[in-house]
Write a protein that binds this ligand. Structure first.
Ligand SMILES: Cc1ncc(COP(=O)(O)O)c(C=O)c1O
Length: 361
């Protein structure tokens, strides 16, 4: 029996379950379980990655200056207030480590990316979860749960697995109701896909307030999840605090090089956004015609709900799709839901054909 004493919060955690990536007996499955980009990265990012191979014997640039500069120029942000991380996962971890103390309340929405939950529990924080309404983050429900002990609040916008978003006005209303001692972390992993006039990414709020941080990632539209690279835009005071926690070489050289090229290739990103959004329209029409409910998504995935009592469920649909070589992701605790990534045209057609056959059986 081990005599080691683990940090109490860690013992409450269950390990993260990654989206499935293989189907036994299927050589090249259509993997639509992790909201990755089937398009892959920009060719210039790939070339930069390959060039970086000649420098593998050197430590990477610990100051991350090239990538911070490129992000700053692309989005009109101050590079000195950008931190890069080993995926946005690591940035969320660093924010939680820096700002969640034992017993602090961490306010979260029912859906959302689980890393804030996991890291906060490990840190000894107390999770306070607000329900959602119509698959959307419910600002009123969050505000009702704010107390003087609320120290951290994470909102994924767009949200996962729902794919819905809240408007810039709604995010501002949430921020206005949080104590100034609470950090609002706006997780904008899917921001590049959103094409809505009333959507705002978190950067303007970061510029206006001392207690807002926005995280972004190269894992989604930029097609680089394997390299583990993301970034956060922060108030200077947060950079000062979190910068102390960051290990000197948390982002590797090939990732920094590829991400810098990827972010400068704005035409490539625009092309993928357009393809994604056109595909979502087509998919929505097709699944609705089959009698399946689809949550209106602005991201690169969509959530399907199979109605009660129909005999059809998300979990049996998932098995049906897998028998056709397609890997979706069952979502939520109920077996009713299925989340599917938007893929290439032939992948989306394969999904629609399989769903149509599933509903017809
Ligand atoms: C909402 C959200 N935030 C963050 C992430 C993590 O991204 P990264 O690969 O940058 O760690 C994901 C990944 O699926 C996500 O869905």
């Amino acid at each position: 029996m081990s005599k080691l004493l683990a940090v109490p919060g860690v013992l409450q955690l269950s390990p993260y379950v990654q989206g499935q990536s293989v189907i036994e007996g299927v050589e090249d499955p259509i993997k639509l379980s992790s909201n990755e980009s089937s398009h892959g990265p920009s060719p210039t990012a790939l070339a930069a990655y390959q060039d970086a191979a000649s420098q593998l014997n050197r430590y990477p640039d610990g100051s991350q200056s090239g990538l911070r500069q490129a992000i700053g120029e692309t989005f009109g942000l101050d590079p000195s207030r950008i931190l890069c991380g080993n995926g946005s996962d690591e940035l969320i971890l660093m924010m939680v480590r820096a700002y969640v103390r034992q017993g602090d309340e961490v306010l979260l929405s029912e859906n959302g990316f689980v890393m804030s939950n996991i890291h906060s529990l490990a840190q000894g924080g107390k999770l306070v979860i607000a329900p959602e309404r119509d698959y959307r983050v419910d600002v009123d429900a969050l505000l009702e749960r704010v107390t003087e002990n609320t120290r951290f609040c994470t909102i994924a916008n767009p949200n996962n697995p729902t794919g819905t978003y809240i408007t810039g006005d709604e995010m501002r209303r949430l921020h206005a109701g949080l104590p100034s001692t609470c950090l609002l972390l706006i997780d904008d992993a899917y921001a590049e896909y959103v094409d809505k006039d009333d959507y705002e990414d978190g950067s303007a709020l970061v510029d206006e307030f001392e207690n807002v941080v926005m995280t972004r990632t190269f894992s989604k539209i930029y097609g680089l999840p394997s390299l583990r690279i993301g970034w956060a835009y922060c108030p200077a005071s947060v950079v000062g605090v979190v910068g102390r926690l960051r290990t000197p070489f948390n982002t590797n050289g090939p990732a920094l090089a590829a991400a810098e090229a990827a972010i400068r290739d704005v035409d490539y990103v625009a092309k993928i956004r357009q393809h994604n959004n056109e595909s979502l329209v087509r998919i929505t029409q097709a699944v609705e015609a089959m009698g399946i409910e689809i949550v209106p998504s602005v991201a690169n995935f969509y959530l399907l709900k199979f109605s009660d009592g129909s005999g059809k469920t998300g979990s049996s649909a998932a098995e049906f799709l897998k028998a056709r070589g397609i890997i979706p992701r069952p979502a939520g605790e109920s077996a009713q839901y299925l989340r599917i990534t938007v893929g290439l045209d032939h992948e989306n057609e394969a999904v629609l054909n399989a769903l149509s056959d599933y509903m017809a059986q």
